[in-house]
Design a protein around this ligand. Structure first.
Ligand code: SF4
Length: 321
């Protein structure tokens, strides 16, 4: 993983900024080194230790007595307007992708849509050329909204996959973890070959019955509830106050009690003992989909709560635009 901060240091130096630096958890062991790099160049630097989940999760540096934010790890969200200067230092992984793709060629049914996260997205064109040489047509969907690069997917937005959906038989997702490829399968209904370029391991992920069983189980439990906590996060790229208000009104029309609870980081501990029958997260959809087992009550996405209220019939992924 590359961590050459010279461009970020130059940006801060040119702007004459005192900087607040946000790092992903994996880089916490390197915070002294990172701060040192700025300070050696005469830049006053502080480290934000409140977490860094995505470009949706920037923190206002002025609250910490700084002028600008250095956000390390994620690509900027083009449609997210912030009223303070931010430098997004993406983390890129230069591992070769064509070797692992070559090993998985037999699993690919052309035409295929290519997808990845920001760590590998700069290498997708190389993979596309490699596949073309093998006679396999590979397509890259263009970015929209909060997505910056062709073929890039977020846990809350799969628009490049949807962009090429009608033209592909399946997707090739290159990256780690199951959440992103499962999300693509759920949103598009097509199968996804998930390839981990570090281990070379690959598996086909399809629209998941087990996943849906869990979600419908939580929806069914929430249907018996009378009181709902509608959770709003103040993180700039997760805040959906208007949707929360809409849901509260709709719940009340159906005779349910609903309150809006505002917080920065939504966590099981923050809600423990609050006494509601179920929670509805209007923030990052992964909170409900990936972390539900840690909550003492069912925690649903916006779309799932619409099912509870009888507004929506079929399960749908909650995507942020
Ligand atoms: S809202 Fe969630 S999935 Fe989307 S970028 Fe932020 S942390 Fe990632």
């Amino acid at each position: 993983m590359r961590l050459n901060l010279s461009d970020a240091v130059k940006w801060a130096s040119d702007g004459g900024y005192r900087v607040l630096i946000q790092v992903p958890d994996a880089l916490i062991p390197k915070v002294r080194e990172i701060a040192g790099e700025f300070e050696r160049n005469g830049i006053e630097a502080k480290i934000w230790m409140g977490g860094n989940f995505g470009a949706c999760d920037t923190f206002d540096p002025r609250i910490a007595g700084c002028d600008a934010l250095i956000h390390i790890g994620h690509a900027e969200m083009p449609n997210l307007k912030l009223n303070y200067p931010v430098y997004f230092h993406e983390l890129r992984d230069d591992i070769d992708l064509t070797g692992p793709v070559d090993e998985a060629l037999n699993e690919i049914e052309a035409p295929v849509g290519l997808l990845s996260t920001v760590q590998h997205v700069h290498k997708l064109h190389e993979v596309q050329r490699f596949l073309k040489d093998k006679g396999i047509e590979a397509l890259l969907g263009s970015p929209t909204g909060r997505v910056k690069y062709s073929g890039q997917v977020l846990g809350c937005n799969f628009s490049p996959a949807l962009m090429v959906k009608s033209k592909v038989n399946m997707y090739l997702y290159i990256g780690t973890g199951r959440f992103h490829p499962l999300g693509v399968a759920m949103v598009t209904g097509k199968k996804v070959l998930a390839l981990d370029p570090h281990t070379g391991r690959h598996e086909v992920i399809e629209k998941g019955d087990r996943f849906l069983r869990v979600r419908y189980g939580l929806i069914a439990k929430a249907m018996d509830g009378e009181s709902f906590a509608i959770l709003v996060s103040i993180k700039p790229g997760q805040e959906r106050r208007d949707i929360a208000l809409e849901l509260k009104n709709k719940a009340e029309e159906k005779g349910k009690n609903a309150d809006i609870l505002v917080m920065d980081r939504i966590s099981p501990d923050a809600l423990l003992g609050s006494g509601y029958d179920a929670y509805v997260s209007t923030a990052c959809p992964r909170i409900a989909l990936d972390d539900y087992m840690n909550y003492d009550r069912p925690i649903l996405t916006v779309r799932e709560f619409e099912t509870v209220l009888g507004i929506r019939k079929e399960w749908a992924m909650d995507c942020l635009l």
